[in-house]
Ligand binder design. Structure first.
Ligand code: A3P
Length: 289
């Protein structure tokens, strides 16, 4: 089956043109945020869908009904996708939960002065690149990833769709230092202590939960629940757009899965690029269990 990848270049960053147009990207930059909005921000494959599920559950006090009946792209639409405005108009959400993969410098003007609550999710980049590689094999709106070596080089050079992982993480991390309505949480924190992570997110959103509600959030946002939830596991997406024979969107959900693909040589090269690109950033990642 043919790939649907058309590259859209915007502010020097490449995007999948099947999902984003110049107009939709431009509109994202001028988006009129409301103070009650919740914005989930991440680099692809960092736990975006997981956070969408957690936030939806918290906003519904642990009740899974919305998670189990409304696809994530409707209940937490992507700001930069061409259908975002239509979804927000057609399905009024309260609060509005919006998702984006855009880098901080592009969203800064739209967020200036806004009290919208922003949650930035980051993940250790070795697991991101492995997850991204597998995803690109199945998602036909991305170019064929080729060999893992080629894909890794592209990632380290900042040539992946949605831009450089390093610039993304550093931009949003810098923003955390100055923006009080921004919570930065990592995939690893969520994996290692989901109870504490959900508590932290609900406190940030000023939506405290009683123990029973919190336990329900944990149950319904667990990897096994989400893997079986057709509203988030991408199985509703047609095979012309996502080739399900090439893999699963809810693939492994593991911390340290990069070890399944990286060679020692690739790891050494990665570490040297990482330490040079991240020397001006204090962020520390957990790489494995
Ligand atoms: P893997 O490919 O490593 O399994 P995104 O939503 O940003 O595209 O990220 C997708 C990654 O998050 C996938 O990683 C997916 O399995 C993982 N993921 C999604 N929900 C999860 C959960 N509840 N627990 C752990 N990992 C989860």
């Amino acid at each position: 089956m043919a790939r649907l990848d058309v590259t859209e270049t915007f502010h020097g960053i490449t995007f999948p043109g099947h999902l984003h147009t110049q107009d939709s990207l431009q509109s994202a930059l001028r988006f009129p945020f409301q103070d009650t909005d919740i914005l989930i921000v991440s680099y692809p494959k960092s736990g975006t869908t997981w956070m969408q599920e957690i936030v939806t559950l918290i906003c519904n006090r642990g009740d899974p009904h919305v998670c189990q009946t409304v696809p994530n792209w409707t209940r937490a639409p992507w700001l930069e996708q061409h259908y975002c405005a239509m979804v927000l108009e057609k399905y009024p959400l309260n609060p509005r939960v919006i998702t984006t993969h855009l880098p901080q410098h592009l969203l800064e003007p739209a967020l200036q002065g806004s009290k919208a609550k922003v949650i930035y999710v980051s993940r250790n980049p070795k697991d991101v690149v492995v997850s991204y590689y597998h995803f690109c094999k199945m998602a036909k709106f991305f170019p064929d990833p080729g060999s893992f070596q080629d894909f890794l080089n592209q990632f380290l050079d900042g040539r992946s769709y949605y831009g450089s992982w390093f610039d993304h993480v550093k931009g949003w991390t810098r923003q955390t230092e100055t923006m009080s309505n921004l919570l930065h949480i990592t995939y690893e924190e969520m994996s290692l202590d989901p109870h504490c992570a959900v508590e932290k997110i609900s406190a940030f959103l000023q939506r405290p939960l009683v123990e029973e509600e919190l336990n329900s959030c944990l149950k319904h946002s667990s990897f096994s629940s989400m893997k079986n939830n057709t509203m988030v596991n991408c199985t509703l997406i047609s095979p012309e757009i996502m080739d399900h024979s090439k893999g699963c969107f809810m693939r492994k959900g593991e911390l340290g899965n990069w070890k399944s693909l990286f060679t020692d040589e690739q790891n050494q090269h990665f570490e040297s690029v990482f330490s040079s690109r991240m020397q001006d950033c204090s962020l520390k990642f957990v790489w494995d269990l």
